[in-house]
Design a protein around this ligand. Structure first.
Ligand code: GDP
Ligand code: MG
Length: 729
């Protein structure tokens, strides 16, 4: 939990209520200047987001939790009548409030209104009617913390033969319970009515749980160490002490836990000796729930039936042979989609951009402004929009995989292999997508819950051979290597080698980074797989649009700005004497050489020389930053090959014939190899850096990505080139 100062403001109201004993402040008092806030809490996969969307309609937005790569979705629920609207906040799923990682801390912070979160008026706890006992564990924790709450008994459609009794649950916890089916839109009016009623007098549940006497003494010790700002009523203090005792240990990643509180928790744990505190708490809670099992578990058979169906499917899909066959097939379809189904749309975007630029060139007066609009702005927008086809397609598939429950099986199948590399099983799909393009792949890392897993995956994805590297490899291989020597197909082998090289490097980088810079505990093994469900087309569409929207809004601006900056680098200073008539190739070549980019290319030549590159390649590398394939056109520009005959044949020839001042060829096969290795490893892509910044909320990780990949690229190219020369190549 937060240090005292930070907690003070958020907890001011609770503090005041504490002075008056156990009474809760009124909703209006807690959110003086705002609407009542209802947070949507619950286990993963219980339909929180579906319910949220139903309640908030299209009014939901996506934002970020401060400093964490998990997103918050606020929305508004119109309650009508007295004009009282309610703010809704969709939280990431959690099985329990005990938190060991920064992400899990979101739930407790949001529920208690800590760490800058506004204190909620009410929690809407969504539970799966088919898995009551496990779901009610969370409810129990919330009631122990005296959080006012309303329960939505969701997925009631799946247990309709004999639904569990909402009244019985309401009696056990002392809070309102409304049966709903978010999928079918059942019970939503009743839920809205219940929320309308309860926000004005937040209901506080009651449960009487007796923990073993020794544990009660421990709890009193921890409660005594609570900072004054966290104190409220005795009941809530005990709830907080329970939370702290279950969450704080030597390895937790919690931020800003009050030092005295932390010390007390560790002391109690130490003094507990052989007693297992976690086990005592959990067992007592489940014993309580089990006492009511006869009421709650009325549905066991139906629930079991659903599980049995899922297990039958799993016998095929998790089968060592058939399961892998299906898995490979599914991945092939995904891969094919990203590679070729997205292509027509990408071509259309590129064509539209080109057409627009042509029109502007034809109709706007020549000059700086039209140049800026054409190359910088339109080109930049094109650079952003061109990612949309792959992003939409990838999230279409991810949504189907997630909602159907198959993503959890992929993680399960891949867990052993991925874990050996320090990666999460769920990293597989994002990494595979990295073969197509790192941008959607990095966006896809959010199928992982833990920040550490997500970061590690993001940091290695740009090492995969994305499709933008292909034109570069193709140009170099075609220009510098013979198609075949005897029976050996040299060009084909080289291409395959570049792919294998990138896979090996990616996995090695994950293994190294995961043990050094991004160390962290392994994710717990996957014990429970969600039941199979038919995906809901509405939620698929929503996910696609939402991800695309976030990309356009936040990464898009950055890409646009970078395009304009790069354009400026390569077009300034302008040649003083504008050549009369059509600019000749020679004039353009000269202008580029004299531009800041050209000068930069020459300035970095000493650093590139040991890799076998001259300054023209340097300019190409700088230009490639906009997008790797731009390397080809920038080189074309450097060598004065018109963009019209971009088929690379003349460029290929120029590259082949390019000579150094002393008459030696600039490009030898060895230089080509060194250049390909450089491109394979360097993070030559501003769009990748822009999404990484977006997903990690800062410059730190994209900067790290850029630097470590550049260092790797330089070192590897150095080894290739100098090693090759030593061998006399
Ligand atoms: P969250 O993880 O809690 O946000 O859950 P989601 O809203 O993403 O829903 C998980 C899955 O359950 C999706 O496939 C939904 O379509 C499905 N789902 C949500 N609510 C219901 C419901 O009331 N009945 C049924 N049968 N399925 C539902
Ligand atoms: Mg959700």
């Amino acid at each position: 939990m937060r240090i005292v100062q930070a907690a003070m403001s958020a907890l001011g109201a609770v503090d005041r209520s504490g002075a008056g004993g156990a009474t809760r402040p009124e909703a209006g008092e807690r959110r003086a200047a705002g609407r009542p806030l209802v947070i949507v809490v619950g286990n993963p996969n219980v339909g929180k987001t579906t319910l949220f969307n139903r309640l908030a309609g299209a009014r939901g937005r996506v934002g970020n939790y401060p400093g964490i790569t998990v997103e918050r979705r606020p929305g508004t629920l119109r309650l009508g009548g007295a004009g009282e609207d309610v703010e809704l906040l969709d939280l990431p799923g959690c099985y329990s409030l005990s938190a060991r990682s920064a992400e899990e801390q979101i739930a407790i912070n949001a529920v208690l209104g800590l760490a800058g979160n506004p204190a909620p008026t009410l929690a809407l706890v969504v539970v799966d009617a088919g898995q009551l006992i496990r779901n009610l564990y969370l409810v129990l924790q919330l009631v122990e913390l005296e959080v006012p709450l309303v329960i939505a008994l969701n997925m009631i459609d799946e247990v309709e033969d004999e639904p569990p009794s909402a009244a019985a649950i309401a009696r056990i916890f002392g809070v309102p319970v409304v049966p709903t089916s978010a999928r079918q839109g059942v019970g939503l009016d009743a839920l809205a009515a219940c929320l309308r009623e309860q926000v004005s007098r937040p209901p506080r549940g009651r449960v009487a749980i007796d923990y073993p006497p020794a544990l009660e003494r421990d709890l009193a010790r921890v409660a005594a160490a609570l900072p004054p700002a966290l104190r409220a009523s005795p009941g809530r203090d005990r709830g907080l002490a329970l939370w702290a005792l279950m969450s704080v240990d030597e390895h937790d990643e919690l931020r800003d836990v009050d030092p005295d509180l932390r010390a007390a928790c560790l002391a109690v744990r130490r003094d507990a000796g052989a007693r297992d505190l976690d086990d005592e708490v959990i067992a007592t809670r489940y014993a309580f729930l089990d006492r009511h099992a006869s009421v709650l578990h009325a549905r066991v058979d139906q629930h079991l039936r659903k599980r049995a169906a899922s297990e039958r499917i799993d016998r095929v899909l998790l089968h060592p042979v058939w399961g892998f066959a299906v898995f490979v097939l599914v991945m092939l379809v995904l891969f094919q989609a990203l590679f070729s189904w997205a292509n027509p749309a990408i071509t259309q975007v590129e064509r539209a951009t080109g057409w627009l630029q042509e029109q502007m060139a034809a109709h706007l007066p020549e000059g700086l402004l039209s140049d800026l609009l054409r190359e910088g702005v339109v080109g930049g927008v094109g650079n952003v929009v061109v990612f949309l086809p792959q992003i939409l397609l990838l999230f279409f598939f991810i949504s189907l995989l997630e909602d159907s429950g198959y993503m959890a099986r992929i993680a399960f199948l891949m867990d052993r292999i991925m874990k050996a590399l320090g990666l999460h099983g769920r990293a597989f799909v994002p990494m595979l997508s990295g073969f197509a393009c790192a941008v959607p792949a990095i966006l896809a890392t959010r199928t992982m819950e833990r920040q550490r897993d997500r970061l590690l995956t993001m940091m290695v994805i740009p090492l995969m051979t994305c499709s933008a590297r292909l034109p570069v490899y193709t140009l170099i291989i075609a220009a510098l290597f013979p198609p075949a020597v005897g029976w050996v197909p040299v060009q084909g082998l080289l291409m395959v080698a570049m792919y294998l090289f990138s896979i090996v490097v990616t996995l090695a980088a994950a293994a190294v980074l995961g043990r050094t810079v991004i160390r962290g505990e392994h994710a717990p093994p996957i014990l429970e797989l969600p039941p199979y469900r038919l995906p809901d087309p509405r939620s698929t569409l929503r996910m696609m649009l939402e991800r695309a929207g976030v990309f356009l809004r936040e990464a898009g601006t950055m890409i646009l700005v970078c395009t304009v900056v790069l354009w400026a680098l390569l077009s300034f200073p302008r040649p003083s004497m504008p050549p009369a008539g059509e600019p000749t190739e020679a004039a353009r070549q000269h202008a580029l050489a004299e531009s800041y980019g050209g000068r930069l290319g020459r300035a970095i030549e000493p650093a590139l020389a040991p890799l076998g590159f001259d300054w023209k390649i340097g300019v190409g590398i700088i230009g490639a930053f906009a997008a790797r394939e731009v390397f080809v056109s920038t080189l074309g520009l450097v060598y004065g090959v018109g963009e019209q005959d971009d088929e690379a044949i003349p460029l290929r020839q120029r590259i082949h014939e390019e000579r150094r001042p002393d008459g030696r060829p600039v490009y030898t096969p060895l230089v080509g190899l060194s250049l390909m290795v450089f491109f394979a490893l360097a993070c030559q892509c501003m769009s990748t850096l822009a999404v990484t910044r977006r997903e990690t909320h800062g410059w730190r990780w994209p900067a790290f990505m850029f630097v470590y990949m550049a260092a790797l690229a330089w070192a590897a190219s150095f080894l290739v080139y100098q090693g090759g020369r030593l061998l006399g190549l």
